[in-house]
Design a protein around this ligand. Structure first.
Ligand code: DQA
Length: 155
């Protein structure tokens, strides 16, 4: 039996990818794997459908400002953001402030384990303002983030 709560419990998810992730497939495959971003997005799209997600949209940008605007516009439009901020993770206070400025929960994703790579990748300036971070599992980092977002939205 459906209730009013079920009816308003929408699941709209935005997947954001930052600089150089458009090169996945050929970019340092020993670190990031051989799947292209569009292949990853196809898998997420299919999984989202299975999980009953109402809407899932994807944006990749090499430009910090475009990602900041996408995060700002997510307020009231999306219920969750899955974000691989790529290199911006490590220095973009603008991205951190945009995340902190909106009530939409964000899950931070990385294909690689940023904590066992170069020192400059060990710190995430966005980590303190996201719900949580998943890293080191390749495409499974994205899938796990999607599954967690859906579970959180059902609670
Ligand atoms: C990355 C890790 C970052 O340090 C790097 O700059 C990326 C990808 C990852 O998914 O492992 O571009 O976010």
């Amino acid at each position: 039996m459906s209730s009013i709560t079920d009816e308003v419990n929408t699941k709209r998810i935005l997947v954001l990818n930052g600089p150089n992730l458009n090169l996945l497939g050929t970019r340092e495959p020993e670190i990031y794997g051989r799947l292209t971003l569009s292949e990853i997005n196809d898998v997420l799209h299919a999984r989202a459908k299975e999980l009953g997600v109402d809407e899932i949209n994807f944006l990749q940008s090499n430009f910090e400002g475009e990602l900041v605007e996408a995060i700002q516009k997510a307020r009231g439009r999306y219920d969750f953001i899955l974000l691989n901020a790529a290199a911006l993770t490590h220095y973009s206070i603008a991205l951190r402030d945009a995340i902190a400025a909106i009530p939409v929960p964000v899950i931070e994703i990385h294909l690689s384990n940023i904590h066992k790579r170069e020192d400059f990748r060990n710190n995430s300036v966005i980590a303190p303002v996201v719900m949580g971070q998943i890293c080191g599992f390749g495409i499974d980092s994205y899938i796990a983030a999607l599954e967690i977002a859906v579970r959180k939205l059902k609670i």
